[in-house]
Design a protein around this ligand. Structure first.
Ligand code: DON
Length: 593
């Protein structure tokens, strides 16, 4: 029965391993659980894990082969991880316009090789000045269908260009024009469309056809492209050339004017002033200890770091590896911890520049211990039995001193960039600002458009994440950088809306707790729970029948789903070898120097 399940766990990338030693999914990044894990992962499953690329010098990993190539070219030309990250991100704008790009925003974590310091940059979209709390409700207070998802009203003020320029201004070694160049070439000369690209255009066909500029670029006079066709994006190439000469043009020059004018003509809210006032924000990363690793991630306005650490704290000292790979007790504990974290997310998380977010309390070990005691190992608590932490407890807790894409880059000095950025849904708002070639985001949907109304990913929220002018919508993006004894250990991240936090959690556990290599860690089957809806997702074919049965007996409401997320990761082994791997669920690649 287990084998049947495993056979159905079909990846698009099949491991080409022949020799046992190089195929081992076990990473030497820690010795603690090596024996236990080797015994735990069924060989059939192991053989389907992607093999990591290896290098001693540097590595770029992204969701698209051409974007990874752009990044590695920068490393080869003497650029650092920051140069490579900018080149990769801009190339993603061209080759994955459905997932992320200069019309959106994101978060990055970086590690400075020289000092070992980890910093976080928030270049997420902000609500326009004219945005208001009830802007997606009709006169009767009902939610206007898809208003926060499709069309100009759904667009938040984009931050990607400002973020990338800020990163480059502080750290870049190569000239700005050199890091923009690969993206210009890809837009100008075109690139071959993959099955994945076509699937995304098909899914958003209706909305793309409604926008004249989007229709002109992503269809051939209304006919959908096919895999293997070449897509040239002339307007985007020109916009990138303008940005290459003057990055400010996106916020106060030619590009800004074009965006503001398009907004005005189509009932959007973004004005030139909104663009002029946009600024990326350096924030203190949120860090916590798990086993002998220190894991840092994004603080609010992402919920990612807070809840990643919260879940790890609730798991606490329970030795998951000792229980064994996919042991039902271990999975149950993980799921019940996720349920608690997402309940807190809905009540307490929002933009820290507008609301007080109890970060220290939610990530404190004391609070985790208290919530751990609520978990019953033999049965689930339904989500209506699980509530967010109340105000009185928050007062008492002192706390301690937490269609999207991810890229991970390490250079020879061990500068690291871990960046997740997005335009939110596939092709964002389905809007291209006329003449610019820029696909604009629909990030406004990440606000709680009304209390308890689920967003695109089923996430609910309340007052803390209500819309306000210039406020940043709450995110789940969870780029991480982990260190051990001050040395770089791993970096990872993933798209996937609400599932991002649990995907990154499982990759971190796979590396640190189960001692897998980077390839196995991103390949291994995943599960997900987000409090509401009260459903446990299991990846199709990834869990044995006995495990599923044991979870069912505890009362889990199980839904089997095709794989989600499109993660990538870089791990460093104790001998200094860099391992890079892209998720076999997507089409990304890892390339070592
Ligand atoms: O910021 C967030 O949490 C979402 N806008 C991310 C969207 C996403 O990951 C879409 N990918 N499947």
């Amino acid at each position: 029965m287990i084998l049947q399940h495993l056979r159905r766990f079909s990846f698009t990338v099949v491991c080409l391993c022949i020799c046992l030693s190089s195929c081992s999914p076990v990473s030497p990044i820690g010795e603690r659980q090596r024996r236990k894990v080797n015994a735990g992962i069924p060989p059939d499953l192991q053989s389907q894990f992607v093999q990591p690329q290896r290098s001693k010098l540097g590595m770029a990993v992204s969701a698209h082969p051409l974007a990874t190539e752009a990044g590695v070219a920068m490393l080869e030309d003497g650029g650092n991880a920051m140069d490579a990250a900018v080149a990769t991100a801009l190339a993603i704008s061209v080759v994955e316009p459905f997932s992320a790009g200069i019309g959106g925003g994101g978060f990055l974590l970086l590690r400075e090789a020289e000092t070992g310091k980890i910093r976080a940059l928030d270049f997420r979209e902000r609500a326009p000045m004219a945005a208001s709390r009830d802007m997606y409700l009709d006169d009767e207070g009902k939610v206007k269908s898809r208003a926060s998802l499709d069309g100009h009203l759904a667009v938040g003020v984009p931050g990607t260009v400002a973020g990338l320029y800020e990163l480059h201004r502080e750290y870049g070694k190569l000239p700005w024009s050199a890091v923009v160049k690969p993206a210009i070439r890809l837009a100008q000369e075109g690139f071959e469309l993959s099955d994945r690209f076509i699937r995304f255009t098909q899914r958003r066909r209706d909305v793309l056809l409604q926008n004249t500029a989007a229709k002109a670029i992503f269809t051939r006079q209304g006919q959908m492209y096919e895999p293997g066709d070449i897509l040239v994006q002339k307007d985007l190439a020109n916009t990138l050339k303008t940005i290459s000469q003057d990055p400010e043009s996106f916020y106060s020059g030619k590009v800004a004017w074009a965006i503001a004018q398009d907004m005005q003509q189509h009932g959007g809210l973004i004005t030139l002033n909104d663009l002029i006032n946009y600024e990326p924000i350096w924030r203190d990363p949120i860090c916590g200890n798990f086993r002998d690793a220190r894991i840092c991630s994004m603080p609010p306005p992402s919920s990612g770091g807070v809840h990643l650490l919260q879940i790890l704290n609730i798991i606490g000292e329970t030795d998951l590896a000792d229980l064994g790979w996919q042991n039902p007790d271990a999975l149950h504990l993980m799921v019940e911890s996720m349920r608690i974290a997402y309940a807190d997310r809905a009540a307490h998380l929002g933009d820290p520049d507008f609301v007080e977010v109890p970060v220290r309390q939610l990530t404190s070990k004391e609070y985790a211990k208290q919530r751990r005691e609520e978990i019953q190992m033999d049965r689930v608590r339904r989500s209506d039995e699980v509530t967010a932490v109340d105000e009185a407890t928050l007062q008492r807790l002192q706390g301690e001193s937490t269609n999207t894409t991810h890229l991970t880059i390490v250079d020879r000095d061990r500068n690291v960039v871990s960046m997740t950025f997005t335009i939110n849904g596939g092709f964002g708002a389905g809007v291209v600002a006329a003449g610019t070639g820029i696909v604009l985001n629909n990030e406004m949907d990440d606000f709680a458009i009304a209390p308890g109304v689920p967003n695109l990913y089923g996430l609910v929220g309340d007052e803390a994440n209500a819309i306000a002018p210039r406020k940043t919508p709450l995110s789940s993006m969870t780029p991480i950088i982990a260190t051990r004894n001050g040395r770089f250990l791993m970096a990872a991240g993933s798209p996937g809306g609400s599932t991002i936090i649990t995907t990154v959690l499982q990759i971190a556990l796979n590396g640190i707790e189960y001692n897998m290599n980077a390839g196995a860690a991103v390949s291994a089957p995943r599960l997900h729970h987000q409090w509401l809806p009260d459903v446990l997702w299991l990846e199709r074919g990834g869990f044995g029948a006995d495990t599923v049965q044991s979870l069912k007996e505890r009362g889990h409401n199980i839904e089997v789903r095709d794989g989600w997320g499109n993660a990538n990761a870089i791990f460093v082994t104790e001998d200094g070898t860099i391992q890079g791997a892209a998720d076999p669920r997507g089409e990304g690649t890892a390339i070592g120097l």
